[in-house]
Each structure stands twice: as C-alpha cells, then as structure tokens.
Design a protein around this ligand. Sequence first.
Ligand SMILES: Nc1nc2c(ncn2[C@@H]2O[C@H](COP(=O)(O)OP(=O)(O)OP(=O)(O)O)[C@@H](O)[C@H]2O)c(=O)[nH]1
Ligand SMILES: [Mg+2]
Length: 348
Amino acid sequence: MNKDNNTKINKNNTDNPSTEAVPETNDKKGRICEIQKNTFIIKYGAEELSGKLNGSFYNEDKVLPVVGDYVTFLYNPVGDSTITSVCERKSLLKRPDQSGHSIGFVKTMKEQVMVANFDYVFIVASLNDNYNFNRIARYVSITLEGNGIPVVILTKVDLCSNPGRYVREIEDLSDKVRVHTISALYGIGLDELDEYVEPGKTIAILGSSGVGKSTLVNALAGSDVMKTSGIREEDSKGRHTTTNRQIIELKNGAFLIDTPGMRELGMCDVSEGIDETFEDIAELALGCRFSDCKHDTEPGCAVKRAIEGGELSEERYNLYLRLQGESDHAAKMKRIAKARKQCKGKRL
Ligand SMILES: Nc1nc2c(ncn2[C@@H]2O[C@H](COP(=O)(O)OP(=O)(O)OP(=O)(O)O)[C@@H](O)[C@H]2O)c(=O)[nH]1
Ligand SMILES: [Mg+2]
C-alpha cells in the first residue's frame, strides 16, 4: 500500500466539494469523518457508515483517504461499504512521516497528510508554559503551504495577566494571521470566532496536548462531544486525551476537526508557505543584485541592507532561515526517496 499519501492540492478548488458532480457510476460520495485502524467512517448525509478500501488502493499507487477527504464508495446497507476513490483536495496539512525511525536514522523522507479540505486552521496554544512562538510560526507556514487560512487561538486567557504581549508578537509574524485570546472554560472571547464557524465551513484544530482543543470544540458545540482531561501539574503538559482525528458537525452546519495533541511538528518541504508567512523577507530578496543571493557575503544584498538599516530584525531573519533550512532538507530527503523508489522499480 502506498503510505506516502498524495500531498498535492488543487489550489483553485475553493467550491464546497459536497456540491461537486458525483461521478458517472453507481458510486456515492461521502466524507471521511474518522479512521479507526483499517476502518473508515464515512459521513453520508445524516448517516455514518463504516467503509473499507477496495483492492486498487493496495495494488496501485493511490492516494489514501484522511479525515476530511471526500470519497466515492459503493454503498452496502448490511456491512462495510467499499471506498473506490479519493476526490481532489482543496487544502491539506502535511508532516514528515518517519515510519517509526528516529530522526537520526531517517535516510529518506515520506510525507504524511494529516487532514484535508478545511477552510481555516485554528492553531491553538495556551497562555501558560506551552506558549512557543517558533512553533506557532511553523504551524502558520504549514497552513499557508496547504492552502488554509491560519487563525491563532491563544487559550486559557483567564490564567494570563499580559496577553497583549503575545498577541502583538503573533500579529507581527505575518499579515496573513489572525489572532484571538479566549477562555473556553469561562466563555471568554468565543463570540469572536463566530466569523469562522459558519455553515459549510471546515475548521481543523491543531496544537500540543493539553492546550484546550477539545474544550474549545465542546464550547463551540454547546455540549461535551469530546473527552477532556486535566494537564499534569508538575510541567503543565497534556495527557494526550484525544487519540483520533475526528470531524464534529455543529448544529449550524459548520465542521470542526479535533486532532490529538502533537508532540513535535517536523517540517516537510513547505518553502512557499514560509515565504508567504515571511512575505517581507521574500519581497526584500527580490531586490538583491543576484537572483540566487544567499544573503551571506554577496554584494548588493537587500536583505543584509534591511538588517543593517534596522528595517528587519536579525531574530526574525534567523527564524526564517531556520525554517527554510529544515524545509530544504526535507525536500532533499523527498527527492532521495523518489529516486530510490524509481531504482527499486527497475530492479527486476
Ligand atoms: N483555565 C483554563 N483551563 C482550560 C481552558 N481550556 C481548557 N482548559 C483545561 O485544560 C485541560 C486540557 O484540555 P483539553 O481540552 O483536554 O486539551 P486538548 O488540547 O484537547 O488535549 P489533547 O486531547 O491531549 O490533545 C483541561 O483540564 C481543561 O479544562 C481555559 O480556557 N482555561
Ligand atoms: Mg483533545
């Protein structure tokens, strides 16, 4: 089976996929709302059906469905339905798949798609020890690369005396990012999210364990649809309560995708998303004398000039370089993986 999910998206496909024409077969069209081992839960109207992949997924190099995907399937009223294909994605979030190896032993890079077909990504961080600006910058770049709109949600504002400092820091990261401070526990700031939680819209919710993703889902749903549990007192870390990605449909017809807390967020090749996040640096680079300027010792470097003139902070530039470096490395590993696969195919 192809574990390397197709990570391409159709950036022009902004229509609501549920209104797309159904293929000219007897196949029906539904949406994957949860995956439990090899069973795919398909949302089909008001029903939730269990589905399995048909043989072609195992024999051919086909894209595997992830939560949020629209799929075609053969309906079985008495047992598992059969999934026949995955529809084109309008957005996706990807991360490196190390297939059980630790980073030092990874020789090639596979990409894993986490969720697909969302409009917004709520990047959730809590205003306690969990807050980490670099991590938020990564999430934003990955979201922009995947054709989503990043919205940073700073939770647990009830525990923070100076939220403004964090809000300003994120606002300065990129013009593409919106930021809100909330307390899902005490109902603070939730009405600011109404503009995203609209009928037909899908919101993927990401962040570390214990930041309050499921508590936010419950607050928006108006009932306890997701289990939550307290963080560890000694280090404020979460307990990995949510273990599966899952779509929750709200009464108004909006969809939330709750996800398990992530331990670390590795980078795939997301160079375009990084350039979108750090648009000012990408624009400055256009003014360099040499088009392949590395902003190092080259004469006529517009980026160096901006740093010297105080227009661009060295800290911001270093973060940009670090993320681009990781992305370049991932791209290289991906090329090696592809070349190896092609060689393998030829060895008969
Ligand atoms: N003080 C305060 N606590 C909150 C808030 N939101 C969530 N919590 C608490 O934080 C803890 C973790 O919340 P969860 O919603 O389970 O966190 P999660 O992000 O879903 O965690 P995982 O499922 O492990 O990824 C719970 O004890 C919540 O009650 C908030 O706004 N303020
Ligand atoms: Mg949770």
